[in-house]
Ligand binder design. Sequence first.
Ligand code: GRF
Length: 321
Amino acid sequence: MFERLQQKWKVSGWRLLLILVTFALGGSLCGYLGRQLLGLLQIDSAVIRIPLYILLVTILWPFCVLLISLFTGQFKFFRTYLKKMGARMAGKKRADHLVPQAPPTNVNNDTLIQPATQPVNQSGAQGSVTRIAVFASGAGSNAQKIIDYFRNSTTIQIALIVCNKPGAGVLGIAEREHIPTLLIEKEAFFRGNGYVDELKAAHIDFVVLAGFLWKIPATLTAAYPNKMVNIHPALLPRYGGKGMYGMHVHEAIIAAGEPESGITIHFVDNVYDNGAIIFQATCAIAPGDTPADLAQKVHQLEHAHYPRIIEQVIEQLQNQR
Ligand code: GRF
């Protein structure tokens, strides 16, 4: 049970202990305060006392755990935890009272937003939910990992797959996962508005590039400042820039006899592979490794880290709201 909690909350054993202690002390404090307040009110009837006590405890509990968390050093965890709880409750309420939100509709006749055939995930709500557009033009293995990671998230939703290649593997993934797709064209992307209007119309809050090869136009980076990330299959600033994509990167690294390579996750600005670096992870290159071997090692790193880092960046943005 403890291991499952550790995995769910992504915390070490010690942190889990501190979190559980916070829950216990927060709960006791809240019960104590609830009883004291009831005493002050001097209500004798049990019919009123019990529901009133439950109401008081429900209201006091978040404040009590937050207070205790200041002393156990777990304030950040509980702030996020309570926000998520609030979002989940608000989401449930919406689901109870509202008809499900319609998927994004076509913005104009040239824009090929294909609506999903079924809801994308259980949340389906806007507001407290950050809606991601994944830009990908290849097989989409990273896109798949990201979709899997956020499948049951109540605060982050993969709302749109944007692709510039008809027939790309990622489109098949989008179809299977019932995620709407936007097929974009070069002319409109570079000379038009960079599809900003379409993304805004689809309520996209955050953009993830996962194997998207076109340079992102300034209109688009300006619309998503610090809200657009990319993954590069090497350790930037080396082996980046124009022409450094896919197997070209791995071939160059092997040809140079590098002892290691890795991945870089970074914010996107107007220069290829240039934005601020968020995260890097490395892998060793063994003598005799081919570019294909290296590509496989790098893919493993990407799949292991990209979804988690996206989550961290978005959680920081959500906490700033
Ligand atoms: C990844 O290696 C990523 O680093 C690069 O494009 C590749 C996409 O692979 N930007 P996939 O389509 O996600 O399998």
